[in-house]
Structure formats: structure tokens, C-alpha cells
Design a protein around this ligand. Structure first.
Ligand code: ADP
Length: 319
């Protein structure tokens, strides 16, 4: 391995910059050259790249987003698009590519492997929906952002004696809602992984009112329901003052937490080690406290198991 490429793809996640920094610095430490492709697979197809030096990744460990930019590249899903990318890869002289992104990006990386390009993946997505890793880069920051927002909304909810239905991101997964709901003491948490009953949510609200609760917070994962429709249903069946807050993209912005920076540094460096040991076609995962390489096929074939015990705990504690 003398020269490698790195890119960020799919949705941005706080901590991606720390991962880029780790890949670049670890590779240079071992005497390799690194080039960075801009805008994910789009830049890979178009040949948009720069040489990354030690200084190129200075002063970024604490910044959200990605200095390499990211994009969704539908042309890459077509074989013709991927063949253009392979041509660019061959011309650029890289021996391997590090892809930092989510499961869609890893499907793309696996397709590149199938075309003979050595590829490794670093899981970066706020959704935490990738199997074979307990955490993905950006998840912890998003959970902290949402918890912070819940704390703030709770102040106004208490003062005005209101019910707030807060919608959070996660695409088709409920990990952010669960973690922030548990950390923020939400009265109800609605996630796509667990069937819910709005009658039960209302019953919990009524029970709360009976024992003198002045307010409630209901966290809704975007993949479970829309906060607006949940609020409409609650309004039509109760006399409570129900409001909606859709947090949107503030959840994925801001400085990454120390946890995400450490995770990104470890996984980024491990990606370089994996390539140096001659392995590829794998993603790096953080499983039971250990950094491990897992074949793309295995990780992509599995549905991440949802921590139902934590959900149960959140429900009990918000009784
Ligand atoms: P994420 O990586 O965050 O899950 P996406 O699902 O949007 O984000 O995927 C990012 C990019 O990965 C897509 O725009 C596309 O270029 C590429 N990609 C996704 N799925 C595939 C696939 N099945 N085959 C090839 N490339 C894919």
C-alpha cells in the first residue's frame, strides 16, 4: 500500500472530520500518500480530488460536517457510473479506498470491491443503523443534541403545562429517539422497531395528569410516525395543550462529542491498519469495546438488533 484515497458519502455526520484526520495522519505516519475525493462517489466518478497532507487535516477534529463535502450520487448505482469511478481510481494511482458513510455508501463500496477495487468502510451516520457495530460515528453527538433540545423544550412545557411531541431523525431506525428519550426522561417514545398504540400514549398522559404532572414530552422517531399526526390524534382525544417541535437538521450539526471524536479516530486509524495487513472488503466496527473488521456482506445482510431492554427501561422509568 503506497497510496490510498478517502471520501465521505451519504448523510453528513459529526465526527466524519475526525475520521478523515485519522485516516490521513495514520497513513502518512506509515509512509503512504493520501488523496481526498470531494462529494463522495460523485467526486470519484468526476475525478475531483486533492492530495491531503498533514496540514490539510489540521484544526478539523472539533468541527461537524465534512471538509471533503458529501453527496448522494445516483449515477453510481448504475454500473456505467461505477466503471467511470474505477477508471478514475486506476488513473489516480491509489491502491485502496476508505469510504466513510452509512449503509448505502457501504453497498457502493462492496460494488467497487466486486469490480476489483480494495475498499474499507468506516461507519459514519447519526442513525446508528449499521449492524456489527455498537455505535456509528455521529450518533452520540446527535443524541446529545436531541437531549439538549428536550431539556430546553421541557422548560417551556412545564411553564405552560403543555404536552410537546418532538420529532427526531433516524430514517427508518429509532436509536436516536430511544437514547435521547431515555436520557431526557421522555414520557413516551415512539420508534419504528416497536409497535405502538396511541390509546396507550393517551392513557399514560392521563395517568400523569392524575398524579399532578404539569407537562409531558413525547419523542417520535421520524420512521415511526409524523409528530404532526400524533399531535392531531392527541388533541382530538384529550383536552391538553399539545404542541409540536420538529428538530430537523440541528440534530446533526455542531462540534462532535469527545466520544464521537475518539470513535472516529480509532476507526479511521484501524481502516489504515486493515489495509496494511492486506485485508479489504470490510467495514470497521466497534463491538463490545473492541475495534474489529467485518466483511461488508455480513454487516449489510444483518438487521441491527434493537435494544428492547432499554426501551422497556425507558417505559418503566417514565411511569
Ligand atoms: P448513507 O451512506 O448515509 O446510507 P445513501 O443511502 O444515500 O447514504 O448512499 C450514499 C450513496 O451511496 C448513494 O448516493 C449512492 O451513490 C451509493 N449507493 C447507495 N446504494 C448503492 C448501491 N446499492 N449500489 C451502489 N451504490 C450505492
Amino acid at each position: 500500500m503506497r497510496k490510498i484515497g478517502v471520501l465521505t458519502s451519504g448523510g453528513d455526520a459529526p465526527g466524519m472530520n475526525a475520521a478523515i484526520r485519522a485516516v490521513v495522519r495514520k497513513a502518512i505516519y506509515h509512509g503512504m500518500e493520501v488523496i481526498g475525493f470531494r462529494r463522495g462517489y460523485h467526486g470519484l466518478m468526476e475525478g475531483e480530488f486533492d492530495l491531503l497532507r498533514l496540514g490539510s487535516v489540521a484544526d478539523i477534529i472539533h468541527r461537524g460536517g465534512t471538509i471533503l463535502l458529501t453527496a448522494r450520487a445516483p449515477e453510481f448505482i448504475e454500473l456505467a457510473g461505477r466503471q467511470r469511478a474505477v477508471k478514475v481510481i486506476r488513473e489516480s494511482g491509489i491502491d485502496a479506498l476508505v469510504v466513510i458513510g452509512g449503509d448505502g455508501s457501504f453497498r457502493g463500496a462492496l460494488e467497487l470491491e466486486n469490480l476489483g477495487v480494495c475498499t474499507v468502510g468506516v461507519p459514519g451516520t447519526i442513525d446508528n443503523d449499521i449492524a456489527c457495530t455498537d455505535y456509528t460515528i455521529g450518533f452520540d453527538t446527535a443524541v446529545n443534541n436531541v437531549t439538549d433540545a428536550v431539556n430546553k423544550v421541557r422548560d417551556t412545557a412545564t411553564s405552560h403545562e403543555r404536552v410537546y411531541v418532538i420529532e427526531v431523525m433516524g430514517r427508518s431506525a429509532g436509536y436516536i429517539a430511544l437514547a435521547a428519550g431515555l436520557a431526557g426522561g421522555a414520557e413516551s417514545i415512539l420508534v419504528p422497531e416497536i409497535p405502538f398504540d396511541l390509546d396507550e400514549v393517551m392513557e399514560r398522559l392521563r395517568r400523569g395528569v392524575k398524579r399532578g404532572k404539569l407537562h409531558s414530552i413525547i419523542l417520535v422517531a421520524e420512521g415511526a410516525a409524523s409528530a404532526i399526526s400524533v399531535a392531531e390524534a392527541l388533541k382530538s382525544h384529550t383536552h391538553m395543550d399539545v404542541r409540536v417541535t420538529i428538530l430537523g437538521h440541528v440534530q446533526r450539526g455542531g462540534t462532535p462529542t469527545a466520544f464521537d471524536r475518539m470513535l472516529a479516530s480509532r476507526l479511521g486509524a484501524a481502516a489504515v491498519d486493515l489495509l496494511r495487513s492486506g485485508c479489504h472488503g470490510q467495514m470497521l466496527g466497534f463491538l463490545n469495546g473492541q475495534v474489529q473488521g467485518i466483511p461488508f456482506e455480513k454487516a449489510l445482510a444483518q438487521q441491527k438488533s434493537f435494544p428492547k431492554d432499554l426501551y422497556q427501561l425507558a417505559t418503566i422509568l417514565a411511569i
